[in-house]
Design a protein around this ligand. Structure first.
Ligand code: BGC
Length: 368
């Protein structure tokens, strides 16, 4: 079968490889599920890996098969994986257990290991292949009605984890009923965050760099009942004065200096969630006294979140279904740049490398 791989640390090395089809017996205990890959999404992480800034090949290989945003259809199940049936639509999680105590109890998204295992990213081959095999333990089922948008589930799982953690952490307040939220960054993860918080009934304000006029991402914010402002026109701190301070600020721009402006938007007892993976070496001058005193006197909370567990994927399935019911076509509009056929993988990386107007999400359709 064909797969799309990079040679880690070699810039622009993305290429097709030929591999043997995996077998359900590759997974011990009869738990293997063989999946025909339908779609693989591309994101900033894939771009960074192909730009040699990130990514590690599995032991014994000099290449890494890419692809962590995935959607597929079951073609075969192991004898002890009967919770899945041939024809089911499925999405697999990304991280696999390592050594830390969190990994041992199935909470590998909270690993303390420095060496972590992520399909398509770190030490494990990904899903950018015609087939993959995975343990039933690491897969969730989607209703057929979500097959057009299911490739958005993996990025949404990151958001679901961040929100769930925020609610768990805020139990320190005994009573916390967030009403107003800000989402900093309205790329694909930002829009999914806007959506997930709108599905929870919050008043949501989206912030991006681009001007609102003619900007599809801004239009999508408004279509789902959120506002949109350009941070070139209003800072998050000033927006907090205009709209009222934000009980939740969710940062997902990929641009770290904005974190400190976002911090100034958080309400008393509020929470700032950081989810951008910023591999660079940027520095910023910040209002440190002001941010510090406001966090101290306002009992505010800031935390980081990465990756997601199976329960966060399962929560995402529900939000996708609710969104489809309440706002049909909204999720479809995010899927702006399809690429047809695995052999046209290079187009997806061109899209990811920027300069493509109106792009929100690019993905490769491997099988219709
Ligand atoms: C993926 C996560 C992963 C993170 C860091 C993100 O793009 O969605 O699953 O943990 O990169 O490698």
């Amino acid at each position: 079968m064909r797969a799309v791989a990079v040679i880690p640390k070699q810039r622009g090395s993305v290429h097709l490889v030929e591999m043997n089809e995996p077998k359900t017996s590759d997974v011990p205990g009869g738990r293997g599920v063989k999946v025909k890959t339908l779609r693989v999404g591309g994101c900033g992480t894939d771009r960074e890996i192909n730009n040699a800034e990130y990514g590690i090949a599995p032991e014994g290989f000099d290449y890494l098969v890419l692809g962590h945003e995935n959607l597929g259809q079951v073609v075969e199940t192991g004898e002890n994986a009967k919770e899945f049936a041939v024809g089911d639509y499925v999405v697999a999680t990304v991280r696999r257990p390592g050594k830390s105590i969190y990994d041992q109890i199935g909470e590998q998204d909270m690993t303390t290991d420095n060496e972590y295992f992520e399909r398509g990213i770190s030490r494990l081959h990904g899903y950018f292949a015609e087939f993959y095999v995975e343990s039933a333990d690491f897969m969730v089922k989607l209703p057929p009605s979500l097959k057009e948008v299911g490739v958005l589930l993996e990025p949404l799982s990151i958001v679901e984890k961040g929100l769930q953690q925020a609610f768990e952490l805020q139990e320190r307040l005994k009573i916390w009923q967030p009403k107003r939220a800000a989402v900093i960054g309205t790329g694909s993860v930002g829009l999914l965050t806007v959506m997930a918080m709108r599905m929870r009934g919050l008043e949501v304000h989206g912030f991006g760099k681009d001007k609102k006029e003619g900007y599809l991402n801004a239009q999508l914010c408004e279509e789902i009942g959120a506002s949109y402002d350009s941070t070139m026109e209003i800072s998050v701190a000033d927006a907090a004065k205009k709209y009222g301070a934000f009980d939740i600020v969710f940062e997902c721009t990929g641009y770290s200096p904005i974190v400190w402006d976002a911090a100034l938007g958080a309400a008393k007892n509020g929470v700032l969630i950081l989810s951008s993976v910023t591999g660079g070496e940027r520095r910023a001058e910040i209002q440190s006294d002001k941010i510090n005193i406001e966090f101290v006197l306002g009992n505010k909370l800031m935390f980081g979140t990465v990756n997601a567990g199976r329960e966060h994927f399962a929560a995402g399935v529900k939000d996708l279904a609710l969104c489809e019911a309440m706002h049909p076509d909204w999720l479809d509009k995010m899927l702006t740049h399809p690429v047809n056929g695995i052999e046209n993988f290079a187009q997806m990386f061109q899209n990811l490398n920027g300069g493509v107007p109106g792009m929100i999400k690019t993905f490769c359709e491997i099988s219709p």
